[in-house]
Structure formats: C-alpha cells, structure tokens
Design a protein around this ligand. Sequence first.
Ligand code: SDX
Length: 441
Amino acid sequence: MTQVHTAANDAAEDTVTLIDNRTGKTFTYPVLNGTVGPSVIDIRNLYRDTGMFTYDPGYTSTGSCDSRITYIDGDQGILLHRGYTITDLAEKSDFMEVCYLLLHGELPNVAEKNKFVRTISRHTMVHEKLRGFYDGFRNDAHPMAILCGVTGALAAFYHDSTDIRDPQQRLIASHRLIAKMPTISAMAYKFSKGEPFVYPRNDLSYAENFLHMLFAVPAEPYHVNPAMAKAMDRLFILHADHEQNASTSTVRIAGSSHANPFACIAAGIASLWGPAHGGANEAVLKMLEQIGSPDRIPEFIARAKDPADPFRLMGFGHRVYKNYDPRAAVMSKSCHEVLDIVGVTNEPLLKIAQELERIALEDEYFVDRKLFPNVDFYSGITLRAMGFPTSMFTVLFALARTVGWIAQWKEMIEDPVQKIGRPRQLYSGATQRVYVPLDER
Ligand code: SDX
C-alpha cells in the first residue's frame, strides 16, 4: 500500500485536556494540524480511556479522515482541488485535466494528459449485455433509479477490476467508471425518450461525446455546439468533488468494508439523489415553477422562514459555506452564457431566480443564518436551457461527481490508518426486560 502521508501523521505537538467533572479525572488528547483549515482532536482512544463516545449527529464537528484532495473554507467561500481554486480550474482547465488532478494530485503535462484522455476514451463503451438491463425498466423510470442499478451491475461485468488490494485494478476500475458514466447516463436518457442508444465516439472530447450520445439520432448528422460543450465541461468541473459531503462519505464508508468500487459508486449515487443534496438542482427548478411569478416570491420566502412549514428554499444554504458558494458564482455566469447561446433572452424562471436571490440576500432570516445560493441554484436553469429534462439534472451531477467519489475512495483504500467505518451511538431504548408469551400479553 502506498503511504498517504500528511502533517497529521507526524507526532502531534499540541494537546487538549478533558476534565470529567463527575470524577475529577482528566484525559489528554493530541491535536493534529493539517496544512490549512481547522485542526482536529485525535479522540481515537477516548472510548478506551473514558468509556464514553462523542455525540455528533450529522457530523457537524467531526473529521472522518485525513485527506489531501479538496479543501473548503466555508466562511471565506474558498474551494481548492489539490490546492488550485475552483475559479482557476473552471476558467483555465478542462474536465479531463481536473480528473487527472483529483486522481493523481498533480496537473498533467502534455504527454500525461494525452495518455489519460486516450485511456478514458478507450473505456467509454459498455458491454453489449448491459443494454438489456434498460429493457427491464419502464420507460418512465427515473434516470437516477436506472443509474443506481446499472452502475452497481457493472461489477457483474468487470471481475478483473474488483480486487481493491491491487493498485492496477483500482486504477482500471477508476478509469472505467469515469469513462462509462456518460455512456450509462446518456443511455438512461435515450431509453426514457424511446430513442435508440448512440454509441460513444472516441474522436470527440468527453463533453462533446456526452452531448452527442444524448442528442444525436441515426436519422441525421448531429453537430455538437462547441460553446455548449464548453459549458457542459465547465459544469462537470464545478461538480467534480466537494470534500466529505454526504454522498462522498457514503462512498468512503461503503468502501471501508472493501466492497468493490462499482458497488461503492452506486451507493454514492443513491445518497446524492436526495433533494437535500444532489437532488436539489431538480428541486430548485420545481420550486421556481411552483413560485410561477416574481410577485409570489414573498409568499414562498415567508413559508421558508416558518419553522412549522417544512418548505425550504431549494438551492439555498449549505452545511459548510456560510459565504457565497464559489461554484454558484461561476454557475451563474455559465447560466447566462448558455441562455445567450440558445437565444433565450427572457427566461421567466431566470427572472424569478434572480429576484428570489436578491430578496433572500436582503432578508435578515437568510442573512443571519448565512444562507446563500449554492451550486444547485443556477445549475437547474442552465441544464433546462441546454435541453435536459429535470429528471436528468441529478444524473449530470452524479456523472461529474464520479471522479471525486473515486478519488476519495482510492485515497481511503490507500490510507494506512484506514479501518472499517463503524460509528457507535447514544442508546435511549428499553433496558433488558423479560419476554412475555403472546397469550399472557
Ligand atoms: C449540495 O455537503 C456538500 O458539500 C453538498 C454539495 C456538494 O457539492 O456535495 O455542496 C451539494 O448538496 C448543496 C446543498 C443542496 N441542498 C439544497 O439546496 C436544499 C436546501 N438547503 C437545506 O436543505 C440546507 O441548507 C442544507 C441541507 C443544504 C444544509 O443543512 P444544514 O447545514 O443542516 O443547515 P440547517 O438545517 O442546520 O439550517 C440552519 C438554519 C435552520 O434554521 P434554524 O433552526 O436556525 O431556525 O437555516 C435554516 C434551517 O431551518 N435553513 C433554511 C434553508 N437551509 C437552512 N431555511 C430555508 N431555506 C433553506 N434552504
């Protein structure tokens, strides 16, 4: 196993001491410092020392791993991938280069990039038998349900890349997942429309190939709009990875049992589907359509503020960002570019979104809670303008996030301190009691 060595593995120089006021006993634990961001208290021996667990539902104050992939500063609105800002990557890089960076830790040189792009393009096809899985679904099946099922089923076809202890098999599985997710996603879309599947084309770029598999039909040639492909590529970059979010934590904990990578990514897709997470882009568009016009915005703002009303402003708020999500700023710019490309000058939903953002950012409820638009707020409008049905929005998020999930999975497998993830609990249920036979109850 290659060592994932970080500053956190060095001898800790700082400590914290806990005092149990019930007994007066003290317990001292090392503080581990990363290269940037909050330090952590290493409490791995807490239960052994104190007989107590920590309690942190939702993991608001818990670091689950020592990672070198993505850094987020929620207060400053900073997002770094291997040290590069998301703004630099979105404006100066491309998705294949970002995939290489996330997987290997460095930007590729020309030869490395060309080899990586060629490797990925030669894994874009899926086994012909996999096509049969789609026929088992109804045509109105949600494409995320199809994506979950078909991704998990990949393990049935690739026994030569499921030994997670073999670095070469880990790399091949990583390449296969990055390469095949667009093919599987496009097949789900074509299946929902009753159109024939379109095979991948290795002469096209990653984003061009995806658009071609989605929108080409056998009856006539399809020419990818380069500006649309660029917008698609940028959208993939913005969604590539995001530290230890819910779906990435799902992939890590599934992988900690040494499940095969295809099963782990299928678990991540399932977690991302939730409207509180990756399903928010689909939920944002449904919310904007429900609002219907700018003059109904106050009514929905009031509902979002009402603790008795479960309604939330979809696309607002974030567990980590207590400042503007840096991805949302780039997404907003991309949204306007795509609307210009498709010649939509007065998209009513965009007007509602812009007015909603303006009002929310002035309302003290949102300001006090630091609820800013997140990456999902403008992505839905962008994707609809690109011609995607709302049911495909989270599929695109999952496609882009696959590289982040697989990079985090690979880091976890290669981490020498990695153990199976097995949290404990505070138990508040019944204590032991005598079983009463049915005829005596
Ligand atoms: C993603 O983790 C990641 O990195 C995720 C992600 C990624 O790239 O992987 O960034 C992608 O999932 C973005 C988030 C997409 N989800 C949404 O847009 C759904 C709407 N947002 C909320 O559900 C919520 O903001 C969360 C789930 C995103 C964050 O939830 P938290 O951190 O648990 O926040 P909270 O529920 O503790 O909220 C704090 C307060 C509460 O009010 P009070 O109890 O203080 O009175 O803010 C309120 C909440 O009621 N609040 C909202 C709100 N979000 C939080 N009120 C109205 N509308 C909202 N959207």
